[in-house]
Design a protein around this ligand. Sequence first.
Ligand code: C2E
Ligand code: CA
Ligand code: CA
Ligand code: CA
Length: 278
Amino acid sequence: AKSEGRSRWRYFTPAMQVAAEKRSQIIADLRLAVMKQQFFLLYQPIVELETGKVHKAEALIRWQHPDKGMISPADFIPLAEETQLIIEVGNWIFQQAIQQVAIWQAAHGKDFQVSINKSPVQFYHAVAGDWSASLQQMGLAGHSIVVEITEGLLLDANATVSGQLLHLRDAGIQVAIDDFGTGYSSLSYLKKFDIDYLKIDQSFVRNLSEDSSDRVLCEAIITMAHRLGMKVIAEGVETRQQCDLLKQAGCDYGQGYLFARPLTAEAFDEFMARKISP
Ligand code: C2E
Ligand code: CA
Ligand code: CA
Ligand code: CA
């Protein structure tokens, strides 16, 4: 063990030292951020392609750091997962989301849904149960919330994970597979778990054109999803052409900069007002 330790030091360069210090600084800041409420949620509209209606939005977290400015979730979610701070942050996200969905259901109808991203770490560690109780207390139906998970979670789902998923379903909460098609080649989990939505990853949407193989893949995913009783949401829709091709292929929903960027709740309200009276 001693020699192992020594050889590790040999490769621990000054650059690595700096990186490690930066990392532990961010982790310390992250703990403070939880206490000081430096997080907020943006909401990106999810558009029903057939009708243009919006009765869904995805909540996306942002961190307003006091010195460093806005930090992207791609940069801090992995650290929050490692330190399990994601459990606390995740419960905060959920509480924010249900307050917002209550407001939007009052404004836009009871079928309005907010989807939230739930990290695998939350499934492994968090105590199940409080989420459905919170929904009940707010007088909200379970389907007010869609939980977005990734394929990896289902691929090696242990009893805890399966139990938590069942608990969500029992509460009426819906489930979406995020980034569909990027992670794993196995599809067998689709018959094991009751899934409501597949979200086609933006990497398939990006190069969508009349003759691309991505078009074939999108069409295949849509057909499969529909045959299995699921709806499809395309992510990263940026152009009118992508939107038209997805619509032709029978895709149910689109999300992306073509419609709107992730918006503050206030900007989302303005977006909805503009949509209703153009
Ligand atoms: P994701 O769940 O796949 O979220 C979609 C990402 O694509 C978002 O990035 C969104 O801003 C971006 N996006 C939306 N439309 C377009 C488009 O038309 N073009 C392009 N190029 N990008 C688009 P964001 O908000 O930076 O989030 C990045 C990732 O961080 C998310 O990927 C998700 O994995 C994670 N994340 C975000 N918020 C949360 C959260 O509240 N909890 C957890 N656990 N993870 C989150
Ligand atoms: Ca997502
Ligand atoms: Ca995604
Ligand atoms: Ca289903």
